[in-house]
Structures are given as structure tokens and as C-alpha cells.
Write a protein that binds this ligand. Sequence first.
Ligand SMILES: C[C@@H](O)[C@H](N)C(=O)O
Ligand SMILES: C[C@@H](O)[C@H](N)C(=O)O
Lengths: 165, 165
Amino acid sequence: ERIVVRGCALKEHIARITLRDVPNKPGVAANIFHTIASGNVVVDDIIQTISDDGQYAYIAFTIEYGDLADAKAIISKLCNKLDCYETYQMDLAKVSVVGIGMQMHTGVADQMFKALAKAQVNIQNITTSEIKISCLIDEAHGPRALRVVHDAFDLGGKGTLLPKK
Amino acid sequence: ERIVVRGCALKEHIARITLRDVPNKPGVAANIFHTIASGNVVVDDIIQTISDDGQYAYIAFTIEYGDLADAKAIISKLCNKLDCYETYQMDLAKVSVVGIGMQMHTGVADQMFKALAKAQVNIQNITTSEIKISCLIDEAHGPRALRVVHDAFDLGGKGTLLPKK
Ligand SMILES: C[C@@H](O)[C@H](N)C(=O)O
Ligand SMILES: C[C@@H](O)[C@H](N)C(=O)O
């Protein structure tokens, strides 16, 4: 199937919170995101992987800078209760490629990651949806990453820079 | 902003491959997904988290059952070269909620995870996009998970079961 990459985008000023050694049992994610929702913290992306033995989960989610202080207060109490721990990372940006087509991920991932590799941009997190591949990177690499990805897919005038929220 | 959940879906017969202790250096993801693309393995979702000290990455991706044999041959060679290791999980399903609206993730995640928790369904992986939250679960829980999520959002006739590809 032909891959049609329609555009790319950059979102800046992102903070990431990662909960580590989270018990991998039913109900734990509900507890975490209910607590966060009640604290009025707006969560953008959520990524969860699990440990090799299935005992623990690692849940990373991104938020706006403005919510970081509230989030930290909520998360530290939560981690005490769940016996897990949290790490924070500021100054992140998300560079995304948007396209259409089933083979989207394998073919496009190859090209997008190659463009970032050539520009020596390290990929911290990856998430995908049917029409998009997103990478969390150091904010300092943001504009350059957008440019090299834009060029890799010959987007001409189609690339966009998302408005800073 | 009002959250409008439009529907939910279930995709069955999913296999997940997780690469663990992957060196977290520029170029490594490009190498991995170029190798996979050259082997004609179609990758669906990609999820990457990184270790606390930033040394290692954990990359999980889902594929169709049909590609598993080819993928195993490619991945074991790759892991030898990169000095990382891989784990496989079959019999997975992906239950998703599709909606519209910025607060989508925080409010909807809370409700979706609560519904799965009440049904004692364990969430193995989580990925989100602007309009969707997806959870990888045991395939055995698939139909039940779809039903409880469908009911939690009062979807009436809107829920869907994706065609088995
Ligand atoms: C870690 C968390 O996602 C857990 N597995 C749950 O189902 O809630
Ligand atoms: C692990 C891998 O994603 C690495 N960080 C890279 O940029 O390629």
C-alpha cells in the first residue's frame, strides 16, 4: 500500500512524568488516572510498558508545564500509596509525522528515525496511532528535528509547527 | 471541554515483541526499524519508554500473527548485534475508546480504566493519540473488555468490533 505522509509537526514545552515499578495488577491504572483527573491535571499522551516478568509496569505521560506543580504534589502521594516511584523530565518536545496507509508504521518509522539519527537526535519515547508516529526528544533539538523530518519526506510547504499552547 | 466518546473497538490476534535493554543512543531505533522494514514485517503500534538513568530503552511493538516467524528470525540477529534481548507475547487483544476533545485523555482514561478494573481485566500496555486510548490486554478478556467499556460510555449501538484482518 502506498504510504502518503501528509505533514509533520512539533509541539514544544512538554514535561514527562514516569511512574516506575508500578504493580501490574488490575485497578492500578484506574487509581492513578482517577487521582490525576480529580487534581485537574490534563494528561496528553500515555505510554505503558511492562517488565519482563510481568510484575511491574512503567507508565509515562506528558503534561503541560503549567500543570507540573499540581501534578508533582498528587503523584508523590500516589507513589507512596502504591509503593512505586516517579521521575520527571522537563524541556521536551514532540516531533510527529502524519500520514495515511496501513504500512504507515514500518516504512515511515524507518525513514523518520533515520532522519533523526543522521541529525544525532536521540529518541526518548515513541508512540503511534493509525495516522501518526510521534517521538519525544530534547526540546533543544526540536526545530532541527522538525526540519530534517520535513526534508526526509519531501513535504515542501506542508510541514507545520503546532501553535504553542 | 466536553468529552465526546464516539465509540469503542476490539482488535484480536495480536502479538507483541518487546526489545529490552536497548542502548538509548541516536540511530538505534533507525537501525531496528530499518531491519524490520527490510524483512517485510508490518508493525502496528510502537511504544518506547526509557530507563531511569537514561541508559536503556524498552521498545514494544505489535504485529500480526502471520509475521511472527519472520520477525523472530530478524529480531534475534538484531538483538545479538545490539546486545539487547527480546521477549514475545502472543494471544493479546487491543481494546480502544475513540473520542474528541482535549480533555479526552485524563477524563476518559479514568472511566475506561475503571471499567476494565471492575471487570478484573489487567492492562499490559497503554497508548494514546489525539482521539483514542488503546489498551493491550489478554485476548481471553477481549470481548468482555469491549462490553464493559462500551457500557461505561453509554454507547448504545455505536460500539464496533473491528473486522479480523
Ligand atoms: C499498571 C496498570 O496498568 C495495571 N496493569 C492495571 O491494569 O491497572
Ligand atoms: C532507543 C532508540 O530509540 C534511541 N534512543 C534512538 O534514538 O534511536
